[in-house]
Design a protein around this ligand. Structure first.
Ligand code: FES
Ligand code: FES
Length: 201
């Protein structure tokens, strides 16, 4: 199978990757660009763990082929951090409100909520619940995640952040990996334990 050149701007940094036509965006981010903050759970569009922002809109990266978003601007959970590299407002809110336990679902919530609050900076509790309705969490019971949405809204209103896609610490990199990482196949990569959410990845 021939590879295709795909250009993506990820968290403000331009990348060029060569990938097979069937490479999922989630795998491209995790394996080719080594941005492992994006987690893969169900891999068929149900759980929301893989949610990233594509041109500002939350999308399931496990349902997109990388070649279909050629030229797009992508924001992952790594791009939701503060400009100084610390916690961004949504991440800080999860910390403040104990919005995570194992953290596996958290990157998808962070990106989803980041996009939601840019559209609705002062949500009601009901709107906050609806906003996260497409993301599954097996640990928290959602109460603290809803509280985190409302807390993040407070933080963002009190100190509006710059564009969350900026990534001041990374340099542009050309990636020519055609498959896997360092000769490790995709299946082997999936068998490896997933790192934690957000800044813990
Ligand atoms: S891994 Fe993409 S929706 Fe579950
Ligand atoms: S914190 Fe464990 S799945 Fe959500």
């Amino acid at each position: 199978m021939s590879d295709h050149e795909v250009r993506l701007t990820v968290n403000g940094v331009p990348h060029t990757v060569r990938v097979p036509a069937r490479r999922l965006l989630s795998d491209c981010l995790r394996h080719d660009l080594r941005l492992t903050g994006t987690h893969v759970g169900c891999e068929h569009g149900v759980c929301g763990a893989c949610t990233v922002l594509v041109d500002g809109k939350p999308m399931r990266s496990c349902l997109l082929f990388a070649v279909t978003v050629d030229g797009a601007s992508i924001t992952t959970v790594e791009g939701c951090r503060a400009p100084d590299g610390g916690l961004g407002p949504v991440q800080q809110a999860f910390w403040d409100c104990h919005g995570l336990q194992c953290g596996f679902c958290t990157p998808g919530f962070i990106t989803t909520i980041t996009a939601f609050l840019q559209e609705n900076p002062a949500p009601t509790e009901e709107e906050a619940r609806e906003a996260i309705g497409g993301n599954l969490c097996r640990c928290t019971g959602y109460q603290n995640i809803v509280a985190s949405v409302l807390r993040a809204a407070e933080l963002m209103r009190s100190a509006p952040p710059p564009d969350p896609v900026s990534d001041p610490v990374s340099d542009p990199v050309d990636h020519e990996l055609s498959f896997g990482v360092d000769g490790v196949s995709r299946d082997e990569l999936h068998d490896q334990p997933s790192p934690g959410a957000g800044s813990r990845s």
